[in-house]
Write a protein that binds this ligand. Structure first.
Ligand code: FAD
Length: 294
């Protein structure tokens, strides 16, 4: 289903993020997770594209398999890193042929320690990719990334909103945010979007932290995200990994509860291919209902 239709038919569109498994065993485990999560209220799932385009084929295979074997709507992430326009076009052709209707258009991160360089004949910014998709695949739904606490490469926060507006004007149907742990940052971001004239749905990215290792990894991959002192203190008070998991899931649950109360357009849960934390959040909030599709 086209993403615009999804937002029109859900008061809050819940979505889950998955990443492509690297082995057959992990793939089967992932499909068990999908099956475990599918009774939950769920509008769509999205599948990440490995750093530097490293999972191009795996992402494609997973997206197409979900499309073929389930009734879920899939959004495929696509980045500009290391790909020429022709290569991007051929990826998009394959998606279009497989009936994939939605793409999250991203620039992607450069290899560690390097500045981003577009591939020769490639795209320099996500806005260019979004414009390309809108022009050549007008039927596709397009999402773009937003950063409530700022993207590290653009310290000028006013300019950053202009760049986000340019991405939306290039054809985006929605914005999905980087994960955040302080809802005030998200609400302020939504207000700044409104002031910038951004009228598309803004989806809140929520990640349950279930271990110190995971928190450190999140801090690394979602550069710029703030870990509030109250949250770090609560995690540090946890005596072992089990308690830490409870603290992280509780924090995410309270964030989601508050977002629901604020009538957000969408909540995107970074599941990390596991169902346990997501199920617990749903159970605590009473949103464990059958999928609602129009
Ligand atoms: P852009 O919007 O192009 O922005 C990149 C930087 O350039 C920003 O600092 C922006 O402010 C600045 N900028 C934009 N336009 C201009 C301009 N005209 N002039 C000067 N500066 C400009 N990465 C992956 O590799 N795979 C994934 O699957 C993936 N999924 C993600 C999902 C979400 C929801 C989010 C929030 C991020 C995801 N990322 C993923 C990370 C993302 O690729 C990085 O954050 C990347 O550094 C920026 O991508 P972007 O699409 O936001 O880029």
């Amino acid at each position: 289903m086209h993403i615009s239709k999804i937002f029109k038919s859900h008061s809050i569109a819940y979505s889950f993020e998955l990443f492509p498994p690297k082995s057959q065993e992990a793939a089967e485990q992932l499909f068990a997770t999908i099956s475990d999560l599918s009774p939950l209220e769920l509008a769509y799932v999205s599948v990440t594209y490995g750093a530097g385009g490293s999972t191009r084929d795996l992402t494609h295979d997973l997206v197409v398999r979900i499309q073929r074997e389930t009734d879920l709507t899939v959004v495929s992430h696509l980045t500009c890193v290391g790909s020429t326009k022709d290569e991007i076009q051929s990826i998009l052709d394959t998606y279009a042929e497989s009936g994939i209707e939605n793409i999250l258009a991203l620039r992607g991160d450069p290899p560690k320690g390097k500045a981003f360089e577009p591939a020769p004949g490639g795209f320099g910014y996500a806005a260019e990719l979004a414009a390309f998709i809108r022009k050549h695949y007008p039927q596709m739904g397009i999402g773009v990334a937003g950063y409530p606490e700022g993207h590290p490469e653009t310290p000028n926060r006013l300019l950053e909103m202009d760049y986000l507006k340019a991405k939306v004007d290039a054809g985006a149907d929605y914005v999905c945010t980087q994960l955040f742990f302080d809802n005030h940052a998200f609400y302020d971001f939504c207000e700044r979007c409104e002031l910038a004239g951004i009228r598309v749905p803004i989806v809140a990215g929520i990640a349950p932290v279930t271990s110190v290792k995971l928190m450190e990894r999140m801090a690394e991959v979602s550069a710029g995200t703030l870990f509030p002192a109250r949250f770090i203190k609560a995690l540090r008070r946890a005596e072992n990994e089990d308690y830490m998991k409870k603290v992280g899931i509780h924090w995410a649950t309270e964030q989601v509860r508050d977002l629901i109360d604020h009538n957000v357009s969408g909540i995107h849960l970074y599941t990390l291919n596991k169902s346990n934390a997501t199920r617990q959040i749903y159970d605590s909030l009473g949103v464990t209902t059958t999928r609602y599709l129009v």
